[in-house]
Design a protein. Structure first.
Length: 340
């Protein structure tokens, strides 16, 4: 671990942690941040009007560590809490952690080293999935990858499963890249998409290390799965991203189309599993998805190697949508931890 004097010469990282109804997990989360090998941190805990013991736990951590600051606010949702953190942050580098997750001891050391050694604007890390039975999985990741790329090429990898994604917490961002960007206060879910694509577009240089340093808890009722209402925000944000890529990074268009297709399929899977498939708005969405597949699948396949199981899934949905739901339910029952 670096000395205190050495720590103070490194850039200040502001770590923004929205907190709501996670008293079971909060100590583990904050402890993992406090104990980082990278010590020059400002840890901002935003108590978003949590009705449990979270406010007291936040204050206890502030009393124990002078780097911890607490903002108590009326409940406004995840986006509003993150925006409060951005307004208060004083660091030249910005990171986010969800309060039901935890991070490896060297996560910010690794990301900061990658950022500073390459001169990149955003450093990405990989995340492991943590399930309620204690299982930790990295099966969804492409391992052994280190990327030092421009933002155009990054629009390829952000749309391919197994690399980095749109979540706020898998990245360390230079403050000047964020600028005046905010998360959408009105969003009830899928609030990360627009912020992720806007920061990526503003950046010029990206670095990614596939060694997983973030542990993402797959829990019901926490920040991982707070939204009970399924919506089309993610699909709309993906549509905007495709238009951006078509205009500025056309060589990555097949990957952008593939990313949008996967998000639309994921939305439909949630709709189907939740029993809403017969509702008028979702029948319309299903038809839009079928039209999208027929219009774009050939272009996607001309560049992107789609895994066989995924391709079968897409073609089944497009050709025999009535059979898709029962087969998908059986597949998820057999593979409960599989992503997608």
């Amino acid at each position: 671990m670096m000395s205190e004097a050495e720590a103070q010469t490194r850039p200040l990282i502001s770590v923004i942690v929205p907190v709501y109804k996670v008293e079971k997990y909060l100590d583990q989360c904050v402890e993992s941040i406090v104990n980082q090998t990278y010590q020059n941190l400002e840890i901002i805990l935003i108590d978003d009007g949590s009705p449990d013991r979270c406010p007291q736990i936040c204050d206890e951590w502030a009393a124990k560590d002078p780097r911890v600051r607490v903002i108590h606010r009326a409940n406004g949702g995840l986006s509003a809490a993150r925006n409060s953190g951005l307004a208060a942050a004083q660091g030249t580098l910005i990171g986010f952690v969800d309060s039901d997750d935890w991070i490896a001891p060297d996560m910010y050391q690794s990301m900061a080293n990658n950022l500073m050694s390459t001169g990149a604007d955003i450093a990405y890390t990989a995340s492991a999935h943590v399930y309620e039975d204690g299982t930790i999985s990295t099966r969804h990741l492409v391992n052994g990858i280190y990327l030092d790329i421009d933002n155009g090429e990054a629009f390829k990898y952000i749309n391919l499963p197994g690399f980095f994604g749109v979540a706020a917490w898998d990245k360390l961002i230079r403050r000047e890249v964020i600028g005046d960007l905010l998360f959408p206060d009105q969003a009830k879910r899928d609030e990360d998409y627009g912020f992720a694509y806007a920061t990526l577009d503003r950046a010029e240089h990206i670095v990614y290390d596939s060694m997983p340093k973030y542990f993402y808890r797959q829990s019901q009722g926490t920040l991982s799965n707070t939204a009970s209402t399924i919506g089309t925000r993610a699909s709309s944000e993906m549509d905007a991203m495709v238009k951006l890529v078509r205009r500025k990074y056309p060589q990555q268009l097949p990957y952008a189309l593939y990313g949008r297709l996967l998000v639309m399929m994921g939305t439909w899977d949630q709709v189907a599993i939740s029993g809403q498939a017969c509702k008028g708005e979702w029948r319309k969405f299903r038809e839009e998805l079928i039209v999208f597949i027929r219009a774009n699948l050939n272009e996607i396949r001309s560049t992107v190697t789609i895994p066989r199981v995924r391709l079968i899934q897409i073609q089944l949905f497009e050709r025999v949508p009535a059979l898709y739901l029962p087969i998908f339910r059986i597949f998820k029952w057999l593979h409960p931890h599989r992503v997608g």
